[in-house]
Design a protein around this ligand. Structure first.
Ligand code: SDX
Length: 383
């Protein structure tokens, strides 16, 4: 073994490529998509415009956005056999696994998988961006024993998702919250699921295969699964009075508090701040005791974690912490949180893939062998 090799666990601190898609200032808790501060996009933009910005590199002119929006709407439908996959597997495995399985089948409906042109791949990115929310909504419908609803051809991306899931057109506040969550989850540099997408794409596997890798990677509680886990913790706490005891016991038991900490942010995740602020405003309009209780538990957890870990170890709330109460406020069940994350992030995954393919290199890191060599092979009856 080469003993003076330095292993970078989890590739911490390793740069894999140049990008103009996203900048994260982890020390100061700042985030930009293509140079625009996330706070500005959250306040002024919408998911369709952000998706266009990520895929094409600039904010669209009015007519470009209209064309892009119509394209997304025209691609919302999914083939009947995808509905069969949803009927077959929903309830037998986690919704994120059902989503992954559906996306695995999409190449069967692609125009021509041999066409690897930039235009064909952009078409695939648009298809995936439009179809994943439909698939997630259908999984949610099936779980609730409700019939599938055909996608709207007029509602916005976010409003259509809530319509297909809940069977009613959302009010403007709920649609805005959902649009915000899609924007905030759209892109975030070389996080684990984006990296996984790039590793797969770096072998020149196709867009669908690369996105399936991303969906699979997002599933884990250390990454996209944290929002579901954080809400489950808040529900386990139940009564806000139990918050401090619960968190202290968990920390004493060396458990991780889901929704806190980040490999890059050593300050408050700016997305978590935005989620909390919009949810607080939303709550001034609706008095929902369940959400109020969840928010109280969240705030008490945040205060305790600030004293115990944030200031000392730089472990602050991340985007997954307040997402649960917000998704609950717009009637999304917790086992759909990660699939919703995937539906939003598919545009970031594909934008990174296309950027990386412009200067592709196969990912093939090294591992440091520490075993023996040239050991003698002993025949089995002599062992
Ligand atoms: C996302 O990368 C991205 O950008 C991801 C994401 C995106 O948009 O794509 O931002 C989305 O995935 C957000 C993160 C969601 N995950 C969670 O909330 C799960 C809980 N968080 C932790 O598991 C952890 O903070 C990670 C995985 C997010 C980051 O972990 P690191 O950088 O590998 O840090 P680590 O595991 O080495 O922890 C360092 C120390 C450890 O203590 P010691 O062993 O040194 O004593 O900090 C502790 C950890 O135990 N720690 C925590 C903690 N997070 C880290 N302790 C309690 N609770 C936590 N949440």
């Amino acid at each position: 073994a080469d003993n003076n090799v330095t292993i970078s666990k989890g590739l911490e601190g390793i740069y894999i490529a140049n990008t103009t898609l996203c900048q994260i200032d982890g020390a100061h808790g700042k985030l930009w998509y293509r140079g625009y501060p996330i706070e500005t996009l959250a306040d002024k933009s919408n998911y369709e415009e952000v998706a266009y910005l990520l895929l094409y590199g600039n904010l669209p002119k009015k007519k470009d956005l209209e064309t892009f929006r119509k394209k997304l709407i025209s691609e919302r439908e999914v083939p009947e056999s995808i509905a069969d996959i949803i009927r077959t597997f929903t309830g037998r495995m986690h919704p994120n696994d059902v989503l992954r399985t559906c996306v695995s089948a999409l190449p069967a409906f692609d125009v021509d998988m041999n066409d690897k042109s930039v235009e064909a791949n952009l078409e695939r990115a648009i298809k995936l961006t439009a179809k994943l929310p439909t698939i997630v909504a259908m999984i949610g419908r099936y779980k609730r024993g409700k019939p599938f609803l055909a996608p709207s051809s007029t509602l916005s991306h976010a409003a259509n998702f809530l319509y297909m899931l809940n069977g009613v057109e959302p009010d403007s506040e709920s649609a805005k919250l959902m649009d915000l969550m899609f924007m905030l989850h759209a892109e975030h540099g070389s996080n684990a699921s984006t990296f996984s997408t790039l590793v797969t794409g770096s072998t020149l596997a196709d867009v669908y295969a690369s996105v399936v890798a991303g969906i699979s990677t997002l599933r884990g509680p250390l990454h996209g699964g944290a929002d579901e886990a954080a809400l489950n913790m808040m529900r386990a706490i139940g009564n806000p009075e139990n918050t401090e005891t619960y968190i202290e016991d968990a920390l004493a038991g060396k458990q991780r508090i889901m929704g806190f900490g980040h490999r890059v942010y050593k300050a408050y995740d700016p997305r978590a701040k935005i989620v909390y602020n919009y949810l607080k405003t939303f709550m001034t309009k609706t008095t929902d005791p369940t959400i109020e209780r969840l928010l109280e538990i969240a705030l008490r957890s945040e205060k305790l974690m600030e004293e115990k870990l944030s200031k000392t170890k730089g472990i602050w709330p991340n985007i997954d912490f307040f997402s649960g109460p917000l998704y609950t406020a717009v009637n999304i069940p917790s086992d759909l949180f990660t699939p919703v994350f995937a539906a939003a992030r598919v545009v970031g995954w594909t934008a990174h893939l296309f950027e990386y393919w412009q200067n592709n290199r196969l990912f093939r890191p090294l591992d440091n062998y520490t075993g023996k060599l040239d050991i003698e092979y002993v025949p089995i009856d002599k062992r």
